[in-house]
Design a protein around this ligand. Structure first.
Ligand code: CAA
Length: 286
């Protein structure tokens, strides 16, 4: 296929903005779809904030930041994705939204060799492929938060994905984006979340059973296991709604109790306490 130069990112939340930044810093032309008209400025603000952080930390120069920003445009209309060669969907973990996006992308993206990727953490890739007329080109490209910092991408081919699609996606993600790939089967949670989510849920159960405070559980895992953050701070970073969505998906697939969401998690999500992105989760983020 032609060299991939024009990339589309659907969504400009935490993951979408991170993806846009990584692609722009790799020199690609990036078009970001926001959820509705008027949200473009929010998307640009989030992207600028993260690039400024990279500048403050000495990871990029002012010139790199400005050049990256200039490579990114925003739209609220997916039909602008007609000329994209690689699209990564990073919308909410909601089935109806994802199916809608893939059905639309299938209609608007002209290049029949274009790859349609999803950053889903838990939704079956085969179902995304099936709403398109090109399931062989649909692949899971699961990045990790913060996208600019963490090197891993889980690459997930469904039973309908062509081998060549996975190969091209791997070359793109490693050689162009500079990430490291692990290939996984199309199973809920892939590798990382199948292991990480039960750990995060166990931390909530340990807390709810009164063994220790949240802060002490976090300290224990940081100092006792050299984790960069404890399970409560990490859940807040991921987003409690996402932790719950992945937990439900794992439970639906495997029916094993350790995947089921504990009541405290469900109550917090119902209350809109979603973690860092909403200003309050297990901890406060003023
Ligand atoms: N570009 C490049 N580098 C950047 C950057 C940017 N925009 N912003 C920050 N960095 C760099 C910093 O320079 C720093 O690098 P050095 O160590 O070389 O100095 C590094 O990133 C860490 O950044 P900070 O100093 O800002 O913050 P920190 O040291 O407190 O670390 C953290 C914060 C990176 C979040 C770290 O605590 C961490 O890795 N935590 C674990 C996160 C994790 O497990 N994420 C996976 C979640 S699961 C998921 O995402 C998938 C899912 O489906 C749920």
């Amino acid at each position: 296929m032609n060299r991939i130069r024009r990339v589309g990112v659907v969504g400009c939340g935490v993951m979408g903005a991170g993806l846009a930044e990584v692609c722009a810093r790799a020199g690609l032309d990036v078009l970001v779809a926001v959820s509705r008209p008027g949200r473009e400025a929010d998307g640009r603000r989030r992207l600028t904030g993260s690039l400024d952080n990279g500048l403050r930390k000495g990871k990029i120069s002012e010139g790199d930041r400005d050049a990256a920003l200039a490579r990114v445009s925003f739209t609220a209309d997916l039909s602008d994705f007609a000329d994209r060669q690689f699209v990564i969907e990073a919308g909410p973990e909601q089935e109806s939204v994802k199916l809608d996006v893939f059905a639309t992308l299938d209609k608007v993206v002209v290049d029949e060799n274009a790859i349609l990727g999803s950053n889903t953490s838990s939704f079956p890739i085969v179902q995304l492929g099936r709403v398109t007329d090109r399931p062989g080109k649909v692949v899971g490209t699961h990045f990790f938060n913060p996208v600019t910092v963490l090197p891993l991408v889980e690459l997930v081919g469904s039973v309908l994905t062509e081998d060549d699609t996975v190969d091209v996606a791997e070359t793109f993600v490693t050689e162009v984006l500079g990430k490291q790939v692990v290939r996984t089967k199309d199973r809920s949670g892939f590798v990382v979340n199948a292991l990480l989510i039960p750990y995060l849920l166990s931390a909530i159960r340990v807390y709810e059973s009164g063994v220790a405070s949240m802060a002490d559980i976090d300290t224990a895992m940081k100092l006792g296991c050299a984790h960069p953050m404890g399970p409560f701070a990490l859940s807040d970073l991921i987003g409690l709604d996402i932790v719950q969505a992945i937990s439900e998906s794992l439970y639906n697939e495997y029916r094993e109790p350790h995947y089921s969401p504990p009541p405290l998690l469900s109550r917090m999500v119902s209350a809109g306490l979603l973690g860092k992105k909403s200003g309050r989760g297990f901890y406060d983020y003023p």
